[in-house]
Structures are given as structure tokens and as C-alpha cells.
Design a protein around this ligand. Structure first.
Ligand SMILES: *Cc1c(COP(=O)(O)O)cnc(C)c1O
Length: 403
């Protein structure tokens, strides 16, 4: 699918102002269909890891495609329910949360993956075998684009370390718990398919120890291309490997195992565009700075993860190429790109950041008391404002004047 044209993006900027996040619905659909087609031969279910982008319209759209929803907090569970997703299609993969939050999730009737022995014990005491549950394990595998987005290695806080399996089994036996699924999520931006296979291998060793399993949840983390000519995870290859692994390891209890995945970035990243406007062009001896009307308060990935986002000057897309450093207007160093080739850029030009759908708006903040951007959905060729740009009311609404 072609990316949105400069004309379309410029028209949206004109109509809704900048900075603005734009999401192309049909691209999300194409990504989802790519997954379902690739995995058609395996009993696979997808749960959109919605922490990537939780606008309720996105949740609804993805839900209507037939995709389930994976949540990282009880509030995400409530948002998914609010968006009309039935509880039976919502999964709460918890980490480091209070037992009260788990109780709330049980009350809402959603699937839960528990990630600590402590909460598993509390769960056992309260629910026993009345509420089948999944457990999140830490497979001690190093994977992902960089350490900050790796979650399955042997120093990671996520999941119950596999070496504690004896203790886990003890808790299960003591409370008669029904474990319906095993979950691992090793990180984000995993290009190497063999990492998933390695994870499956760790789980296959454990499967015979559980009598009631119905799913194996392999998490998310499929890589999407951010740079020009970069490749993402080979989804077809992954599907073949997963199929082969599962057909050579039938579930000992006879019941065919479902394979669950939790793609976040894969579904929404490339559907997202972040449009900013150039405030200032500042030539210096080191570089020519281009300051846009945004900063890490709106798109934190470059500063937080050293992430690369492709940037284009859509106001002068035939201009000659020059080097610029694209920065924000925040009172902190907030470099989006250093010495990047852009078409000749002037104040007032529109710069677009590509692949901005995942962890873009969702990680935005009000630092420097700036407003969060608007969000626009492009669906069937029509644009819809799906979140207003903030205003002074939003900055003041929870403050209590006592002086
Ligand atoms: C963040 C997360 C995902 C999604 O990761 P992506 O890299 O966006 O695909 C999936 N599962 C869990 C448990 C997560 O925390």
C-alpha cells in the first residue's frame, strides 16, 4: 500500500493545524490482513497490544477487523470495553501491578496473564480453580532493537523467570489453579525470526508440566522498517517456522494449542504520520538547525530509544537536498535527527515524521506546558478529528488553586 501523498498530508495540516498525528485506517487493515493471511494454516489469534495507540476509534476499528486487544493496564482494559470490544476478546498482560487490579480484571471477565509468583499466590488463594488464568514467563532470551526495549532477558523485570518453575508449579498445585496459557514477550523490533523459535523451544520444555493449557502466547515485537530500505520481520517465514514447531510438538493433553500474538507496532506504526511546522531555521558552525513546533513532548522515541524516524519536507519535495538537524522547541535537548538530508527547508514548511503511529501520541506529555497534538483518522478517503488539540483548560483542569 502506498504511503499517503504529500497533497493529502498538506490538506490535513491545512484543515486541522499542526502539530497533528494522522492515522491511515486502511493501512492498519492491510497490516492485520498480512498477519492473518500468513498464519492461516496455524490456529492463531492476534491481540493488538494497544499501548502503542489507544485512541478509542483505533480500538474500535481494529476490533471490527476481528482482532482482539491486549492491555497493559486496567485503564486500557476499560478503554477497550468502552470501545465495545467484548471482554472475551480482551487480554490483560499485567506486570508489577497490585492484586486489586487483577481482581478488577477478573470482575470485567477478561483474560489475564499473571507475571509474578506473589500475585499468582494471591490469585490462587482467592479464586482457586474457579478462574483459569495464564502466566507470563521470562525465557531469559536477549532480543529486540536495543536494551531499553528488550523484555525477556535474564535481568528483565518482566515475567516469572523460567528457573523458578518449580516454585510456580508448587503454587499451582497448592491452590488447584488452572493455567490455561503460557506467555512470553521478549522485546520490541525483533527482526530475527529465530528468536521467536527460541522462545517456543523454551516453552515446549514446560508444556508437559501443565495439564490445562489451551494457548501459547508469544507476545509481540514484530519489527517494521523505519529507515529507507530497511527490512521488517519476515512474517511469512515466521508463520512457517511457528507452524512447523507446533506440528512437531503436539499438546500432551491432546487439545490443540492456540498460538496467540500481541502485535502493537506492527499494526499501527506505519499507518501513522506526524506533521509539524518549521518555526525557525538557524544556521550555526556545527549544523543548520530546523526547529519545529513540537519536541520530545510529542514524539519521544528519538530521544528515549535513539529511534530513527524518516522525515520529509512536504512543502518543498522537489527542492535541492541539504543537511539539517531537526530539533524541537522544548527547553531540553530534543533532537529528532542530526545532519539529515532534507529538501531545502524554510520557516513555515511542513515536516512529516513517518512511522509515527506506534508509541507516538501515546507517549506524549505536557512538558513545558505545551498542548498535546490533535489526532486525525483518515478512513475511506475521509478525514475525521478523533482527538482535539489541547488548550489551556486541559492544562488547568486538575490543578487546585490554594493560594
Ligand atoms: C508492548 C507489548 C507488546 C507489543 O510490542 P510491539 O513491539 O509494539 O509489537 C506485546 N505484548 C506485551 C506484553 C507488551 O508489553
Amino acid at each position: 500500500m502506498q504511503p499517503l501523498s504529500n497533497q493529502t498530508l498538506m490538506a490535513i495540516a491545512q484543515q486541522y493545524g499542526t502539530p497533528v498525528y494522522v492515522y491511515h485506517a486502511e493501512k492498519i487493515k492491510a497490516q492485520y490482513q498480512h498477519l492473518t493471511r500468513a498464519f492461516v494454516a496455524t490456529n492463531t489469534h492476534f491481540f493488538y497490544a494497544c499501548k502503542a495507540l489507544t485512541n478509542i476509534n483505533i480500538l474500535k476499528y481494529i476490533g471490527n477487523l476481528g482482532c482482539n486487544i491486549d492491555c497493559s493496564s486496567i485503564n486500557e482494559v476499560m478503554l477497550a470495553l468502552h470501545a465495545g470490544i467484548p471482554a472475551s476478546r480482551i487480554l490483560y498482560t499485567s506486570n508489577g501491578i497490585t492484586f486489586e487490579e487483577i481482581e478488577e480484571a477478573v470482575q470485567q471477565g477478561v483474560h489475564i496473564n499473571i507475571d509474578s509468583i506473589s500475585n499468582l499466590e494471591k490469585f490462587g488463594k482467592k479464586y482457586g480453580n474457579a478462574c483459569p488464568v495464564g502466566i507470563r514467563l521470562r525465557p531469559n532470551i536477549m532480543a529486540g532493537g536495543n536494551l531499553k526495549i528488550s523484555t525477556g532477558h535474564d535481568k528483565s523485570k518482566f515475567g516469572i523467570p523460567v528457573e523458578q518453575i518449580t516454585e510456580v508449579l508448587h503454587v499451582i498445585e497448592q491452590h488447584n489453579l488452572i493455567i490455561k496459557g503460557l506467555h512470553i514477550h521478549t522485546g520490541s523490533e525483533i527482526k530475527d525470526v529465530s528468536v521467536f523459535v527460541e522462545g517456543i523451544t523454551v516453552l515446549f520444555d514446560l508444556i508437559p508440566k501443565f495439564n490445562h493449557l489451551s494457548y501459547i502466547d508469544l507476545g509481540g515485537g514484530f519489527k517494521v522498517p523505519y529507515k529507507e530500505n530497511e527490512e521488517g520481520t519476515d512474517i511469512e517465514l515466521l508463520a512457517r517456522e511457528v507452524k512447523q514447531a507446533f506440528s512437531s510438538h503436539p499438546n500432551p493433553n491432546g487439545k490443540p494449542l492456540e498460538v496467540w500474538f500481541e502485535p502493537g507496532k506492527y499494526l499501527v506504526s506505519e499507518a501513522g504520520y506526524f506533521i509539524t511546522e518549521v518555526n525557525v531555521v538557524k544556521p550555526t558552525s556545527a549544523t543548520t538547525f530546523v526547529s519545529v513546533n513540537s519536541g520530545f513532548n510529542h514524539l519521544i522515541r528519538p530521544m528515549f530509544y535513539d529511534a530513527y524516524h524518516r522525515i520529509q519536507n512536504i512543502s518543498n519535495s522537489n527542492g535541492k537536498h541539504l543537511h539539517y538537524s531537526v530539533v524541537g522547541n522544548i527547553c531540553e535537548t530534543d533532537t529528532f535527527a542530526w545532519n539529515r538530508l532534507l529538501n531545502e527547508t524554510m520557516e513555515g514548511d511542513l515536516l512529516v515524521f513517518y512511522n509515527a503511529g506506534a508509541y507516538g501520541f501515546e507517549m506524549s506529555s505536557n512538558f513545558n506546558s505545551r498542548f498535546k497534538p490533535a489526532e486525525v483518522l483518515l478512513l475511506n478517503g475521509e478525514t475525521h478529528l478523533i482527538r482535539k488539540r489541547e488548550d489551556m483548560q486541559d492544562l488547568l483542569k486538575n490543578q487546585i488553586a490554594v493560594l
